[in-house]
Write a protein that binds this ligand. Structure first.
Ligand SMILES: [Zn+2]
Length: 453
């Protein structure tokens, strides 16, 4: 018998072209077994009726730096440019250790689940202590989110033009050895995998070209994906022209990253020819609209990317450059920004939802498995409440209502057939204790940084 049946949805949106009023989803284990129209529901151990609920695939987050939730809305850095903002945060982040990563990841994943996210990546690029990725994997297993951590890296020393203190810069042989260790220890290639590793130098201008090349070779040899920041800031153009005599996209290609194996964050400052090249490679783009606006970077050409065949996913970016991690809010922001840039026909709520699901799944190399509700696909879905003051009067189109009305968050978030959020609450009983631990670490970082002066 089916383990779990979600039924009576006001609308079930599969993101494969089907939208079923009164639809149901049968979930025997970690995969969806069947979906259907009212009347054909199978029996199940547990039946959850979700009248006045919109059911969508779980949202997929393609770019984040979760540890930054320890330094959210940090006043001294609040109104600085990207480079100065980074420099102001480094003294705080130099205190990262296993406990800080474990606790911040735990809280960060709980926050993501509340905002309708079922799969997330994380880009942890500072490693002042060893085994930090191991600590975040432990947190993900406890919460139950599907997790694609990336082994980030930062190797450009200050005398080479790097931004971080040399004490936080890693040796490149150590980076590659730890990358290989993590892939061999954790990377799960099977369908329905809960955990996959990718490799992620911070950006082509904060590591050496040699590390970019060697990382791409390692990813090819061990068949894992590649991630980095690209074309995020005008300063990056200046740096790349000065140091490499090339624009960022050219440098990206030069070091062997122009491929379907890669997905990149932001990608704002590109010309028409570069958009076509990214499309021909099928390199994915993680669109991070709130981050781009808060750091005043610019607006990524999302519609042009999609027309050129570039998979575009959604990312909330780090919790100190955006300060929230709700993918619902990011999807809504992508909708607003897309329309502001391209006019009222440039982006619909369905387009924004497609970016947050199907596009994001493609960025993570899991097209057809995540970001859709189909028999045989992952049992990752969200029930959105379409009730209460915020949705009063919205009767004709639940999908447009989801992103135009609000604010809202998930009623239920189901990952791998299990409730991570139920009735708007995180199901794990440890949330309050973990918030206390988070508060202690965050305050101790501030105290230490203030004392250091
Ligand atoms: Zn980022």
């Amino acid at each position: 018998m089916t383990h779990l049946l979600i039924r009576d949805a006001e609308l079930l949106v599969t993101m494969t072209g089907e939208e079923i009023p009164g639809g149901w989803v049968a979930i025997p284990d970690g995969l969806v077994e069947a979906i259907g129209r009212p009347g054909g529901e199978p029996e199940a151990d547990e039946v959850v009726s979700v009248r006045e609920g919109l059911v969508t695939p779980g949202l997929v987050n393609t770019h984040h730096h979760i540890f930054q939730n320890l330094t959210r809305a940090y006043g001294p850095a609040a109104n600085l440019s990207l480079v100065d903002w980074l420099k102001a945060q480094f003294p705080l982040w130099s205190q990262l250790d296993e406990e800080a990563v474990y606790v911040s990841t735990w809280i960060g994943l709980a926050e993501l689940a509340l905002g309708g996210c079922t799969t997330t990546t994380d880009h942890l690029y500072l490693h002042p202590k060893p085994r930090l990725i191991d600590a975040e994997i432990a947190a993900a297993r406890e919460i139950g989110l599907r997790f694609h951590p990336t082994r980030g890296s930062y190797s450009r020393r200050q005398e080479q033009g790097g931004l971080a203190p040399n004490s936080m810069v890693e040796d490149e042989d150590d980076i590659l050895a730890d990358s290989e260790r993590l892939i061999l220890a954790y990377h799960d290639r099977s369908p329905g995998a809960m955990l996959r590793i990718a490799l992620a130098p911070t950006s082509p201008w904060t590591v050496t070209p040699e590390l970019m090349k060697r990382t791409a070779e390692l990813a090819e040899r061990l068949d894992v994906r590649l991630h980095t920041h690209l074309a995020q800031d005008r300063d990056e153009d200046v740096f790349c022209l000065e140091h490499f005599d090339r624009r960022p996209i050219d440098q990206f290609e030069e070091v062997g990253w122009g491929s379907e194996r890669s997905w990149v964050a932001h990608c704002i400052f590109v010309n028409d020819e570069e958009i076509q090249r990214l499309g021909s490679w099928r390199t994915g783009v993680a669109h991070c609209p709130s981050s781009n606006m808060l750091l005043a970077g610019g607006i990524a050409p999302v519609q042009e990317y999609r027309r050129a065949g570039v998979p575009v996913g959604l990312g909330c970016d780090g919790s100190a450059s955006v300060d929230h991690a709700s993918l619902w809010l990011e999807a809504r922001t992508a909708l607003l920004l897309g329309r502001l840039r391209g006019g009222p026909t440039a982006m619909s709520a369905r387009d924004a939802l497609e970016v947050a699901t199907v596009g994001s799944a493609a960025c993570l190399g899991r097209r057809g498995e995540l970001g859709v509700i189909v028999p045989g696909g992952a049992a990752d879905l969200v029930v959105w409440p379409l009730t209460g003051v915020a949705f009063a009067g919205a009767h004709t189109d639940p999908v447009e209502a989801l992103l135009r009305c609000g604010p809202t968050s998930a009623l239920h978030t189901i990952v791998n057939g299990r409730f991570v959020v139920r009735g708007g609450q995180v199901t794990h009983p440890g949330l309050e204790e973990m918030l206390r631990r988070h508060d202690r670490i965050s305050r101790s970082w501030l105290t230490a940084a203030t004392a250091a002066g």
